[in-house]
Design a binder for this molecule. Structure first.
Ligand SMILES: [Zn+2]
Ligand SMILES: [Zn+2]
Ligand SMILES: [Zn+2]
Ligand SMILES: [Zn+2]
Length: 487
């Protein structure tokens, strides 16, 4: 399919046609009413609809690949047909449908890429927030701005929870300039405190180039073992730049900075280009839930130089793997008792009792993990390292067990919490010939289950073959990062 060209005006005025974005990996069922036919027509082509235009900054609606259960962007929708998403069961009750939706979304969150890959666990991330006037739009509820602040706060705490030795800095862009909201540190409370709506007010135009330049200056000096990431939340369709943004992108690519973007309006050519050239991820949010998914995709550390490595592995396998690996020095600090006489810290020059001592230069630091401001040593606690370790050896995804696979299973309670499972319904019980009754009845499952959700409510670890309930599955993959059955 040749790429089609559409101007933003055309998209807005032409409501007969629908341009929708694929929601990759989504299992949510969305009924689009009158929209569904046109959506299907555009998506059946099965090709990624790359949009092109000579001008760099132009709003593009995306026509894409993917499944036929797509729906439009939030800004395209005039009203929500949320009642179409749920269906009554035979008894006229919605409880089953609602529970199915909840389970599907929970299950979707626990499924992740469990392939063992090299990941950069010492992360440095610059989060750039667009604070232009476009963030006042109300297509995401309550508004793009308020929702972004809320998600950003959740993102920050989740980021530090999952990446204890990572660091973060927050920038904002409004009125054509970039502002530093917080500097690079591992202090969760400070970052969250700064993300309050009274401190940040959307105003004027954003400047993508200024923000990226500022982020680059934050990251460029870091040693090569650290990941250098930029995550931009961008609501505007325009940017107000002092120079050529492509020069900035070239330097970012040269400095090995990975830029990822989450756009809230429509696909913008230059944003996609930036992410592509710097090997980042690009996503356009469809609605509130999808926005959150896109953002929280960045919680797990990125693969180390995956693109570069893939390019070279064909030639000489073993040597290339070594290239990305660096040894780095780390220090484990001694903790000072909190009832000590107050002394000056090296990081803030403030009198404080308690703190940590850098093992190399013996200066006092307020908080770890950090880089020692005097000798530059990475100072971490061993517990931080241990907590980062799980990204390298993720728990395998559990397999959803349907009633049919359950025939003859002995386990009757969850291995994690010992809650008993629902018993096997009679239709599935084995009859005297050892055959299932289910074949005789109509299709077994009358209620349609979304993909990956087990009709029996059981999830099996592929290694130890123990069964877990959905709650335990979520807890193990999101917080525990260890399979209790495999120990
Ligand atoms: Zn200090
Ligand atoms: Zn030091
Ligand atoms: Zn359980
Ligand atoms: Zn297991």
């Amino acid at each position: 399919m040749p790429p089609k060209h559409h101007d933003s005006d055309e998209v807005l005025s032409d409501d007969a046609d629908v341009y929708s974005a694929a929601r990759s990996g989504s299992s949510r069922r969305i009924a689009g009413g009158g929209r569904s036919t046109t959506t299907r027509r555009t998506s059946e082509n099965g090709q990624d609809g790359a949009t092109k235009r000579a001008a760099d900054i132009a709003a593009k609606a995306k026509k894409t690949s993917g499944n036929a259960k797509d729906k439009g962007y939030a800004w395209e929708a005039t009203y929500k047909r949320s009642w179409d998403a749920v269906r009554e069961d035979a008894g006229g009750s919605l409880a089953g449908a609602v529970r199915g939706l909840l389970e599907a979304s929970k299950r979707r969150r626990t499924l992740h890429d469990s392939a063992p890959v090299q990941r950069g666990i010492i992360r440095h991330l610059v989060l750039i927030l667009d604070l232009s006037e476009s963030m006042l739009e109300k297509d995401l509820r309550p508004s793009r701005f308020l929702l972004t602040l809320q998600y950003a706060r959740e993102f920050v705490s989740e980021y530090f929870d999952q990446n204890p030795i990572g660091q973060m800095s927050i920038l904002a862009t409004r009125e054509g300039v970039a502002e530093r909201v917080t500097s690079m540190s591992g202090n969760t409370a400070e970052h969250i405190e700064s993300l309050q709506s009274r401190k940040l007010t959307p105003k004027g135009e954003p400047s993508l180039q200024n923000a990226l330049e500022m982020a680059r200056s934050n990251l460029a000096h870091l040693p090569s073992a650290n990941s250098r990431e930029v995550l931009v939340i961008f609501g505007s369709l325009t940017t107000c730049d002092p120079g050529n943004i492509h020069d900035t992108v070239s330097t970012l690519a040269k400095d090995n900075v990975h830029v990822s973007m989450v756009c809230l309006a429509a696909e913008v050519k230059v944003c996609k280009e930036i992410c592509k050239r710097t090997h980042g991820k690009y996503g356009v949010s469809i609605d509130e839930g999808h926005y959150r998914d896109l953002l929280f995709d960045h919680i797990n550390p990125p693969e180390v130089e995956a693109n570069d490595r893939r390019r070279t592995t064909n030639q000489d396998e073993d040597d290339e793997y070594d290239e990305g690996v660096d040894l780095m020095q780390m220090g484990f600090p001694a903790r000072l008792p909190t009832n000590n006489a107050p002394t000056l810290c090296a990081c803030h020059n403030r009198l404080k009792s308690g703190g940590y001592v850098c093992p190399r230069c013996l200066v006092k630091l307020c908080d770890v993990p950090t880089d020692c401001p005097v000798c530059g040593l990475t100072v971490v606690m061993s517990t931080h390292l241990a907590r980062s370790y799980h990204h390298l050896f993720p728990v395998p995804n559990y397999i959803a067990i349907g009633w049919k696979q359950l025939q003859g299973a002995k386990q009757s309670a969850c291995f994690g919490c010992a809650a008993s499972f629902e018993p096997l319904p009679d239709t599935y019980a084995l009859n005297s010939n050892g055959e299932s009754n289910a074949n005789a009845t109509t299709n077994g499952d009358s209620t349609e289950q979304p993909a990956n959700v087990a009709s029996s409510g059981r999830y099996e670890c592929p290694k130890c073959r123990h069964h877990f309930c959905l709650e335990c599955d979520a807890f193990i993959h999101e917080s525990l990062h260890q399979c209790p059955g495999c120990q």
